[in-house]
Design a binder for this molecule. Sequence first.
Ligand code: UPG
Length: 455
Amino acid sequence: MSKPHVLAIPYPAQGHVIPLMELAQCLARSGIKVTFVNTEFNHERIVKALSHTGDINELIHLASIPDGLEPGEDRNDLGKLTEAMLKVMPEKLEALIEKINETESDKIMCVITDYGLGWALEVAEKLGIKRASFLPAAVALLSLAINVPKLVDDGIIDSNGIPLKHQVIQLSPGMPEMSTANFAWTCIGDIATQKIMFQSIRLNNKSAKLADRLICNSSYELEHEALTLVPNCLPIGPLLASNRLGKSAGYFWPEDSDCLTWLDQQPTNSVIYVAFGSFTVFDQVQFQELALGLELTNRPFLWVVRQDMTQDNIKAYPKGFHERVKNRGKMVSWAPQQKILSHPSVSCFLSHCGWNSTIEGISNGVPFLCWPYFADQFLNQTYICDYWGIGLGLDKDNSGIIRQEEIRTKVELLLTNKCYKTRTMNLQSRTMSSVTEKGCSQKNFKNFVNWIKET
Ligand SMILES: O=c1ccn([C@@H]2O[C@H](COP(=O)(O)OP(=O)(O)O[C@H]3O[C@H](CO)[C@@H](O)[C@H](O)[C@H]3O)[C@@H](O)[C@H]2O)c(=O)[nH]1
C-alpha cells in the first residue's frame, strides 16, 4: 500500500517555513509522504541553500507555485505580498493538487496550511480533501486575533484595526497584558499595510472554521492560559531538529557553520548570541550603536548580520571596530541558530523575539535580552520579560535609539542576577517534558498522525 500523502504549504517567510518543514520531517519519520509547497521565489533560495547541506528526506518532495509578484518586487512589503498571493495562489494550488491527484495511488489526502493562508483551506475543501491549519506563532496571538470582533464591539479598535485609544488589555486574568499600541497588526509597516494585514487576519479567522484540525508550535507549559482560551488549538511543540536528532531544513540562506568551531574556543557560559531573525532592518545610527554596545560589554559575542539587515545593505561598522573586537567578536551572515543556542559557551540571547527564536532560546535554557522589531514580537517580549521572567527588555532613548550604555547595563544585569538563568532553566525543563514520550505535545502529535492516516 502507498504511504499517506499530505501537502504542506507555509506562509512565505523564514519563520514560517522552518517550523512547518520541521513538522514535515516529523511526519516523514512517521511514514507520511509530504509535498512541501513553497513560493517559486523561496523554493529557489531553499534549494540553493540546501546544496550546501544535502537533501532533506526521501519522503519530502519540494514543489513550488508563484506568489503573484514579479521578479525584483519587494517581498518584505507584506501588504503587497499578501494581496498578490491572494489573487494568484489559490488557483495555482488547486491546479497543483489536481495534477498530483491524477495519479491513482499517490493522491494528496490532507492539506496542512499555515494559519496565515486561510484560502488554502478553502481550496482543500473545494477539492474534498481533509485539512489542518498550523500556527507557527504564539497561541496568545491567535487568541487576540480571534477576539477581534469583540475588540471592535468594545470600542478598543475600529473596523480597520486602528486602536481608538492607547490602553492595556488582558484577554483573561491569567493572560499577558497587551498594549493596543503593540497589537501585531498595528506594528507592521504604514497604515495601508496595517489595514491589509488586519483584513487578512479577519479572512483567516473565517477560513479557519474549515480546518478539521488546528495545531500549533507551542506547549501547555508555555501557554496554558492562551490554550484555555482556544481549546481546539492543539500544541505539538516545541518543534526542534534536536528532538529527532536530525538536521533542520528550509533555510533561505546558507549557514556559516565555522562559528561552531569558534564557539568551541570560548569559555563556558560567556558568549552573547545576537540575532534578529529574517526581517529586522536597522538604520545606520542604530547599527553602529549596537556594534559599540557589544564592544562595551567586554564579553565575547556572536552576531548574525544578514546581508540585507541594514538600510541600503550598507553595513558601516564603527571605525576600528573589527580590529578592536577581533579577539572576542564574530560576525556571520546566517548561523546554525538551533545548534548555537544549545552550545555551552552561550550565555544569553539578544533577540528580536520572533516566536521561533523565543522557543529555541527557552528549549536550550538561554535567557533573553529583548529587542522586538515588528508584528507579534512585542507580545513575545511581554511573555519573556513579564510573564515568564526569563529576560529583560532594552529601552530606547528620546530619539528612539537603543544606546550602547543601555546594552551594556542590561547585559550585566541579566548575567549577574542569576534568577533569570534559573527561571529559564526551569521553564526549559517543563517545556521539554512536553515532547518526551508521555508529554502532551507528543501525544497530540501522535493523534494528529493517526488522524492523517485514517481514510
Ligand atoms: O542566523 C540565523 C538566524 C535565524 N535562524 C532561524 O530562523 C528562524 C527565525 O524565526 P523567528 O525567530 O520566528 O523570526 P522571523 O524570521 O522574524 O519570523 C517571522 O515569523 C515568526 C513566526 O510567525 C514571527 O514570530 C516573527 O515575528 C516573524 O518575523 C529561527 O528558526 C532561527 O533559528 C537561523 O537559523 N540562523
